[in-house]
Design a protein around this ligand. Structure first.
Ligand code: ADP
Ligand code: MG
Length: 388
């Protein structure tokens, strides 16, 4: 699936700019196996890099022009290095220009020179697989090498986050870039969002005959932004009431006591309970993967879904239908993945059940009158790298 994508980036490069690029780099999208809404609570997450990638073909120029073009269409977008001052940019070029700005801040603007970049990506857009971070990370590793910056990958993660927060204007954490930069084949990235430590954890899906199915409901609710903000507020309120820096530092006994003595209302209590138990489920998933293997983590995925649906209240009927259909078709576990209010669900399935589960989800959606979902399998893949 990805073997030819570098050719497409290079083909576009040559058609657009003439000649050959200095090199070709790629970075993957990601899916989160477990650990939702834990990032801004200083907690844990367990994403993995997937076998869908953004590929960039890049060549330095000897002036200060930056020109980018994508196989997704549209005219090339052009700017000068001087113009990149961290202002908001509305086109897709923000993901590239944001990285240029962030690297200039980190390493000094005198280290930057102009370049031409052609992008080809097969990461589905807006499906919760982080097509955005894959562009940032492919660009970051390319420019780090071409400009001889010698940046640590952890600092590229933060450059990607700043690009997305400041230049794109999306209030995201570090999970997407961490997975894209630190992913390894057949492994997840165990991320501590407080320390930013990223540790690979073997998944062993292929050996165990397992596949991860992603169902993109293509539903995006209008209240997603407001819902996200209100969940963040609930978490901050709960941490304040408990007298801890973040919910990462609280346990269920503290939470129960605060509810019992009236420091927390019922809704805030339930929302905090999701975060506290979700952190515990991530830790338990890592332990289980190491001790018992991937077939044993299904129940944790199911419990995560129930917590998001009942306590955190971020699921929607389309997601619940996808989860139910995958389970009925033999999934070991299934859950909402991503921020919620729409988006995607994942299921961990024996390989021989994938076709049945795919058909079951389609049937369930048709029967309920939902729009057609996008369905694909994803496998844990290597992170950002040079390809050519
Ligand atoms: P997600 O990261 O979940 O896929 P986002 O909304 O964060 O969704 O990022 C999607 C945006 O990334 C698109 O609107 C577009 O600006 C940009 N993008 C993704 N893939 C491409 C591509 N192949 N070419 C140009 N822009 C792209
Ligand atoms: Mg994104």
């Amino acid at each position: 699936m990805t073997a030819t994508t570098d050719d497409e980036a290079t083909r576009l490069f040559t058609a657009q700019f003439g000649g050959e690029p200095d090199g070709v780099w790629s970075a993957p999208g990601r899916v989160n196996l477990i650990g939702e809404h834990t990032d801004y609570n200083d907690g844990f997450a367990l994403p993995f890099a997937i076998d869908y990638r953004a590929v960039v073909a890049v060549r330095l120029r000897d002036d200060d022009r930056v020109v980018v073009v994508s196989t997704a269409g549209g005219d090339p977008v052009e700017t000068s290095l001087d113009a990149l001052d961290g202002s908001r940019i509305s086109s897709w070029a923000a993901y590239v220009f944001g990285i240029v700005w962030a690297l200039g801040e980190d390493h000094g603007r005198d280290r930057l020179t102009g370049f031409e970049l052609a992008l080809h990506s097969d990461v589905p857009v807006g499906a919760g697989l982080s097509s955005s971070a894959s562009i940032e990370c492919a660009t970051a590793v390319a420019l780090d090498e071409l400009w001889s910056l010698g940046a640590e990958r952890a600092s590229l993660v933060l450059a990607g986050q700043r690009a997305e927060n400041t230049v794109v204007g999306a209030p995201t954490g570090i999970m997407d870039q961490t997975a894209s930069l630190f992913g390894e084949a057949d492994s997840a990235v165990f991320l501590d969002c407080r320390t930013q430590e990223a540790v690979p954890v073997g998944l062993g899906f292929a050996e165990a005959g397992l596949e991860v199915l992603v169902v993109d409901t293509r539903v995006s609710h209008d209240h997603a932004t407001g819902g996200y903000a209100s969940r963040r507020e609930s978490c901050e309120r709960a941490a304040r009431a408990l007298g801890v820096p973040a919910l990462r530092d609280a346990d269920l006994d503290d939470l129960q006591a605060a509810f019992t003595d009236g420091r927390l209302d019922e809704e805030t209590f339930r929302r905090a309970r999701h975060v506290i138990t979700e952190d515990e489920r991530v830790l338990e998933t890592v332990r289980t993967l190491r001790s018992a293997g991937p077939r044993a983590v299904g129940e944790l995925l199911d419990a995560s879904h129930a917590s998001m649906r009942d306590d955190f209240e971020i699921s929607v009927p389309e997601i619940d239908a996808a989860v139910a259909a995958m389970r009925a078709a033999g999934a070991l576990g299934a859950r909402l993945t991503g921020g919620g209010f729409g988006g995607s669900a994942i299921g961990l399935l024996p390989r021989e059940r994938v076709a049945e589960a795919t058909a079951a989800v389609r049937e369930a959606f048709a029967a309920a009158g939902f729009g057609e979902p996008g369905i694909t399998t994803v496998s844990p893949s290597p992170g950002a790298r040079r390809d050519g």
